[in-house]
Design a protein around this ligand. Structure first.
Ligand code: AMP
Ligand code: GLY
Length: 432
């Protein structure tokens, strides 16, 4: 069969690479893709939100399965549009994707399903929010714009003044446009974070191994939040017991509640969790694979991704054999452009990709790259995702950074401490 993947980041490169390994697949297309997907698949120059053009392309090229990577086309109704045209597509419907697209909707689902999450209040007026902050106990607040804001619509404030400043930015200055016309003020929780992703067809859930992202830009989790500067999988922070608890108390009740409100969720349900002293709490849901968590996850997944995708679309996940994983841990280091997550330059040629590709157990996924006259150039903030498998997490980290050291372009940089938390946790356990 022919498969189309929508998107152009590292997650989509990993998806296309994995889909192409399936014996069931003749050809994988990526729209619009990047320089990496042009190597492991074939690019189609159609924007990911131009559904009529994508449907036309699918019909003309005998594409029978579409895998949607990013949240924007899901929230815009990509899966509904393909389904209407008779093309099977993997991902939640527009209605179900609201679990990511509206933080207020997500909070309502969590509360109705009795899933542990931060207490929150909803506002549509800055004045009301200022009054609420004034009348609250001092301490932390988290302000969240309701709508999609490319991961930037959340402000964690330590003081009332900071909280008010965030409300002003979101609700008065409209830094995120209409996404900020309604917003939440949440209690601030503390603890380590983990990503637990499950594939669901609305009836069955298949939980993937836990992963951890590194959202802060700089070493030691310092600096501004980014889309993610690295990830590893599995994350021992979520042991088997916690994972079973999360399935029972978080994922399953959410899937049931989504059915109850006639918004059946099919696709990847990604729980962003904080491990607090009181137990795991959901910070947010995403309606898709995490980026960069997807890259180490798929690097370890041995099961045919097409089997998983088809079973989800056809609502037959209960018949899927248990997932098979490479037992080796995977570490993913993101290489970024100077200036990211602020403004950055594009167009610098990247060197060392061939050398890095020769290293064993290493795969370089492209996130923001473009081919210009046969040369791969940096074309984004997050540019490359270097993944390595190792016998231990420390070994995987060493191999990933060895590959990183071969690659450069003007202004390239990465964090140097990806997976250190896991390495220290494993080391401490051994000492105990
Ligand atoms: P979200 O997009 O809701 O996951 O928020 C982005 C980041 O903000 C999370 O990864 C956390 O680091 C932080 N965050 C979100 N909600 C809270 C909360 N209630 N307490 C503390 N930190 C939070
Ligand atoms: N890595 C965080 C996200 O995909 O939202």
């Amino acid at each position: 069969m022919n498969v189309l993947t929508l998107g152009s980041g590292g997650r989509e490169h990993a998806l296309a690479w994995k889909l192409a390994q399936s014996p069931k697949v003749d050809k994988v297309w990526v729209a619009p893709g990047n320089a990496g997907t042009a190597i492991d698949a074939e690019n189609v120059p159609i924007p990911e939100n131009d559904f009529p053009a994508l449907i036309k392309f699918c019909k003309e090229n005998d594409v029978s399965l579409v895998v949607v990577g990013p949240e924007a086309p899901l929230s815009a109704g990509a899966v509904d549009a393909f389904a209407e045209a008779g093309i099977r597509a993997f991902g939640p419907s527009k209605k179900a994707a609201r679990i990511e697209g509206s933080k207020i909707f997500c909070k309502e689902v969590l509360n109705k399903a009795l899933v542990p999450t931060a207490r929150a209040n909803v506002f549509d007026s800055a004045e009301d929010a200022y009054r609420y902050i004034d009348e609250s106990e001092p301490g932390g607040f988290v302000i969240k714009a309701d709508g999609l804001a490319a991961g930037k619509g959340v402000a964690v404030a330590s003081t009332k003044a900071e909280a008010k400043e965030a409300v002003k930015r979101i609700a008065e200055d409209r830094a995120f446009g209409d996404a900020g016309s309604r917003f939440l003020i949440e209690e601030r929780l503390s603890g380590q974070e983990a990503s637990v992703l499950a594939i669901t067809d609305g009836r069955t859930i298949v939980t993937l191994q836990p992963a951890q992202d590194h959202k802060a830009a700089y070493d030691g989790d310092k600096g501004p939040n980014t889309g993610g500067m690295g990830a590893y999988c599995p994350a021992s922070l979520v042991d088997d017991e916690k994972l079973a608890w999360i399935e029972e108390k978080v994922l399953l009740p959410t899937v049931v509640e989504m059915n109850r409100i006639d918004a059946k969720f099919k696709g990847v349900l990604y729980a962003g969790l904080m491990m607090t002293q009181q137990g795991p709490r959901v910070l947010e849901y995403n309606a898709r694979f995490g980026d960069p968590e997807c890259q180490p996850l798929l690097s370890r997944l041995k099961t045919d991704l097409v089997d998983i995708v088809e079973a989800t679309v056809d609502e037959k996940l209960d018949l899927l054999e248990p997932l098979e994983w490479d037992p080796r841990p995977a570490v993913c280091v993101v290489m970024a452009s100077e200036g990211y997550p602020g403004s950055y330059k594009k167009g610098a040629p990247i060197s060392g990709l061939e050398e890095a590709a020769k290293l064993p157990d290493v795969k370089v996924f492209h996130a923001g790259t473009k081919l210009v006259d046969g040369v791969v150039v940096a074309n984004g903030g997050r540019v490359l995702d270097v993944v390595a498998l190792g016998d231990t997490v420390a070994d995987a980290k060493r191999k990933a950074y060895e590959a990183v050291s071969k690659i450069s372009w003007e202004g390239s940089w990465s964090r140097t401490d990806i997976a250190d938390k896991e390495i220290n946790a494993v080391r401490n356990k051994r000492v105990e």
